[in-house]
Design a protein around this ligand. Structure first.
Ligand code: PEP
Ligand code: MG
Length: 881
């Protein structure tokens, strides 16, 4: 026997725990009904019906339609009104409501059920002709826009024409006849665009509206919002059909939205807006300027008292700040919606702390209430929200490193430095960045690149520096040679001012004012709670003393990844490194490498001093050497002269380093296999640094040496032997008993598959999930940005796998490697140092598979701490259940 699915629930049948099925709005309407609040009655069509709609080729099947019709009848019984009735007509609103709230992303239709006949009845019955026609013209407008996708602007033009004709500026100044005429014009417009008459049958209108709401789940803005907020496409939206309460029936009516606490600051107290004689969309659309909610007390004293009580009831019931929509019809209050209000990071922290102090929440619950990602905004300067609202972006890339930056466009790292030296603020706009750009990147306020994804060079380096970066804006047509780019048909030249938002990825023309981020006292308090609850360690990816200091300030417990190649970016250092690369004999190479030791050792010492005894994992040279070679004639000439050779020879060597696929080429531990002297140099710099800092500062540092890109245990063993031999030699020279640890990165699928073997030689694993993702998917981390948008569009992937760990595939390899590694070496130390180490859902995964720590860029440390705490608390709750 086939089970009959229930696709429709009346508000009386649901409750707050049913959000998966009824969506947030539906579940809360049911809950409000249950606790006796004044809610206009109705029903919710489930998220499963939405999924079915898509499965059935975007059709609402007969079974679901039958259930909807059944519930219309029930609703008619409850309200005593009937669809299309000329005695007592029922009008409804149709609204979306997903499991996670997606404000403004999907569609709403009000006043459904109207036709010419019904309008006349309403006009007569209410003795309010203006109101009746206002409802009708609004309905035609919304239905045409949302259901038939005619477009708002035609109707707005007609309204404007009418206002001009009447010599008025406000919608409410139009009288009943004007609105009647508008309704006629709207219907004409509808017919000319769609080719059929505007539907008069309320049931037909309703099915059309429900379909439109289901369809809006897949509209472009909803898709983008979901990707940004980690909401799976498969969830679908529910649809709420609710009998209308009218805020536009006269001056004793109105509508409003309000929060129980200020969503920007978290301050306790009613915060919101109210409009008399209006419907919900008027408040949101800003057609008229609403009044402050407090003023409602004078106009509607009774409804306001009721509303205050409702707010108290709801806050106490949900134990969280509520965001509510309501309507007052002839002085009586109706609740249309409540949900946990969206809030800024600052407000989130304050509310969480206040709720603990008010005895409403435990510390664990408070920690769970804060969206880790939002903390980002507390750590970087931000654009002034008001100014942003007034400006349209000119383009959008990936929000690769949060923050807000304005400045003059420059096209090269040298120009960035030169302009910055003249105290100019600049945005470095590049096709893509490379290691040589680092100083220019530092000098700039922000970085904008045409190519590259979330783990591109620009993104990783910018995040490391805490600098704003928008990467991968493929819409830009770049002309670096002529120092200009084109975006949306407009040319931008060197010196033009632009603003970029590293959180949203938006690009703006001109200067948008910024405000400094303030870290309120609650921030520290919540972080203390988080540290109390988490079991996962949090380290940072840092390779300069400055980044190390910042990361420790933000709570890092050590360095999980020091990318040593970043230490050679400085022009003087790279010059010496180039000599080593061009050298042809081991002796020469060693000679030039020896020149590098003081730099590298100096850096290690400075970092160890910043760390004050906290651990540091040092990763040996990783990128292909050709990334460092000179690119221009003058650079080659300078190098040739300094080495006593010819430019032609330098050129020849540089050409010989060319690789067809450098990411899979001569890099990682392969460099140390061919040139063991590089590993020797790095070992000397590191061990000597540690011995000296231990002596100078009375510490007992045990260096952690990490060999990158291992795929075979024997290659690890080979490099390890070089390291051990050198380290032991230095110990003898220095008469030291220093301990050190040698481990590897797991970033090649073969390493994950043979982790049991590799663990025989490695004391620790650090999962390099940037490379592991790249190699598991088989696409380049630097080029994926070009085609991933098509994958999102076709729902092949919902998320950038370089930003959010692919737990099914890459995660399986990680999990397997953890298990096999532990079998060989039960006390193996396990970390992750790919960009995923700072992504909340990936952190939760790392916690679940038993990693020791996550490591992420300095500015993401607080996010990782909070995410780790949430993971531990959730795991505890699951265990209990
Ligand atoms: C990685 O591959 O995940 C990693 C951390 O190393 P890199 O990004 O430097 O290749
Ligand atoms: Mg790597």
């Amino acid at each position: 026997m086939q089970l009959i699915m229930k696709y429709v629930y009346s508000f009386k049948e649901g409750n707050a725990n049913m959000r998966e099925l009824l969506g947030g709005k539906g579940a809360n309407l049911a809950e409000m009904t249950n606790i006796g609040l004044p809610v206009p009655q109705g029903f919710t069509i489930t998220t499963e019906a939405c999924t079915k709609y898509y499965e059935d080729g975007r059709e609402i099947n007969q079974e679901i339609q039958d259930q909807i019709n059944e519930y219309i009848v029930k609703m008619e019984e409850v309200t005593g009104k009937k669809f299309g009735d000329i005695e007592n007509p029922l009008l409804v609103s149709v609204r979306s409501g997903a499991r996670a709230s997606m404000p403004g992303m999907m569609d709403t239709i009000l006043n459904l059920g109207l036709n010419e006949e019904v309008v006349e009845v309403l006009a007569k019955k209410s003795n309010n002709e203006r109101w009746a026609w206002d409802c009708y013209r609004r309905f035609i407008q919304m239905y045409s826009d949302v259901v038939m996708e005619v477009g708002k602007k035609y109707f707005e033009e007609l309204i404007d024409q009418m206002k001009n004709k009447k010599g008025v500026t406000q919608d409410i100044e139009l009288d009943a006849n004007d609105l009647k005429e508008l309704a006629r014009q709207f219907k004409e417009e509808y017919k000319s665009k769609i080719g059929t008459d505007f539907p008069t049958d309320p049931k037909e209108q309703l099915m059309g509206a429900i379909k439109a709401v289901f369809r809006s789940w897949d509209n472009p803005r909803a898709n983008v919002y979901r990707r940004d907020n980690d909401i799976p496409y498969s969830w679908g939206t529910a649809v709420n059909v609710q009998s209308m309460a009218f805020g536009n029936m006269g001056d004793d009516c109105g509508t409003g939205v309000a929060f129980t606490r200020d969503p920007a600051t978290g301050e306790k107290g009613l915060f919101g807006e109210f409009l008399t004689n209006a419907q919900g969309e008027d408040v949101v659309a800003g057609v008229r300027t609403p009044m402050k909610i407090a003023e409602m007390a004078e106009k509607f004293p009774e409804a306001f008292e009721d509303f205050k009580n409702v707010c108290k009831t709801l806050e106490e019931h949900y134990r969280d700040m509520q965001d509510m929509e309501f309507t007052v019809e002839h002085g009586k209050l109706y609740m249309l919606q409540t949900r946990n209000g969206k809030r800024t990071a600052q407000a989130a922290l304050k509310i969480a702390c206040d709720l603990v102090d008010e005895g409403m929440r435990t510390e664990e619950e408070a920690v769970l209430m804060i969206e880790p990602r939002n903390l980002d905004t507390l750590l970087h300067p931000q654009f002034d929200q008001e100014a942003l609202k007034a400006t349209e972006p000119i383009g959008r890339g990936l929000g690769a490193s949060p923050g807000a930056a304005c400045g003059k466009v420059v096209f090269s790292a040298e120009d960035a430095e030169a302009w910055a030296a003249k105290k100019e603020k600049v945005i470095l706009v590049r096709l893509e960045t490379s290691p040589e750009d680092i100083t220019g990147m530092k000098a700039a306020q922000g970085i904008l690149t045409v190519r590259g994804g979330m783990t591109s060079h620009a993104a990783v380096v910018a995040r490391g520096m805490g600098e704003c970066c928008v990467s991968g804006c493929g819409e830009i047509v770049m002309d670096e040679a002529n120092k200009k780019f084109t975006l949306k048909d407009k040319e931008y030249h060197e010196g033009d001012i632009i603003s970029i938002d590293g959180t949203t990825g938006n690009i703006y023309e001109g200067e948008i004012p910024t405000v400094d981020a303030v870290i309120a006292g609650e921030f520290g308090r919540v972080m203390e709670w988080a540290d109390k609850f988490r079991t996962l360690g949090v380290r940072t990816n840092a390779d300069t003393p400055r980044d190390t200091k910042k990361a420790i300030e933000l709570g890092a417990e050590g360095i999980g990844l020091c990318r040593t190649e970043h230490m050679f970016f400085d022009p003087e250092r790279v010059f010496n490194l180039r000599k080593m690369i061009i050298a042809e004999t081991v002796e020469d190479r060693e000679k030039y490498l020896n020149n590098l030791i003081p730099y590298q050792k100096g850096d290690f010492k400075a970092m160890y001093k910043e760390l004050k005894g906290l651990p540091m994992t040092v990763r040996y040279l990783d990128p292909p050497l050709h990334e460092f070679i000179p690119k221009t004639e003058p650079e080659m000439a300078e190098l040739a002269e300094s080495m006593g050779t010819t430019v032609e020879h330098v050129k020849e060597v540089c050409d010989s380093l060319h690789e067809f696929n450098p990411m899979m080429g001569h890099r990682g531990c392969r460099l140390a296999v061919t040139y063991p002297e590089i590993a020797k140099m790095q070992t000397r710099a590191l061990i000597e640094a540690a011995i000296e800092v231990n002596e100078e500062d009375g510490l007992s540092i045990e260096p952690e040496i990490m060999i990158p890109l291992v795929g075979e245990v024997k290659e690890l063993k080979f490099v390890k032997d070089v390291v051990v031999e050198t380290a032991e030699l230095i110990k003898k020279e220095r008469n030291s008993t220093i301990k050190y640890h040698i481990g590897t990165m797991i970033e090649i699928p073969r390493a994950a598959l043979t982790a049991g073997e590799i663990a025989k030689e490695a004391e620790f694993f650090s999962f390099g999930t940037n490379d592991l993702t790249q190699m598991t998917f088989g696409f380049s981390r630097d080029d994926a940005g070009k085609f991933l948008p098509s994958y999102y569009e076709h729902k092949i992937y919902e998320q950038d796998p370089f930003a959010k760990l692919d737990q099914i595939g890459v995660g399986k390899l990680v999990k397997m490697a953890v298990e096999d590694g532990k079998k060989t070496r039960p006390d193996i130390h396990l970390g992750i140092c790919g960009e995923h180490g700072g992504d909340p859902s990936s952190v939760e995964f790392c916690n679940s598979i038993g990693l020791t720590y996550v490591s992420c860029s300095p500015f993401r440390v607080p996010i990782a701490r909070l995410a780790a705490a949430q993971a531990a608390i959730k795991a505890g709750i699951e265990k209990k259940n």
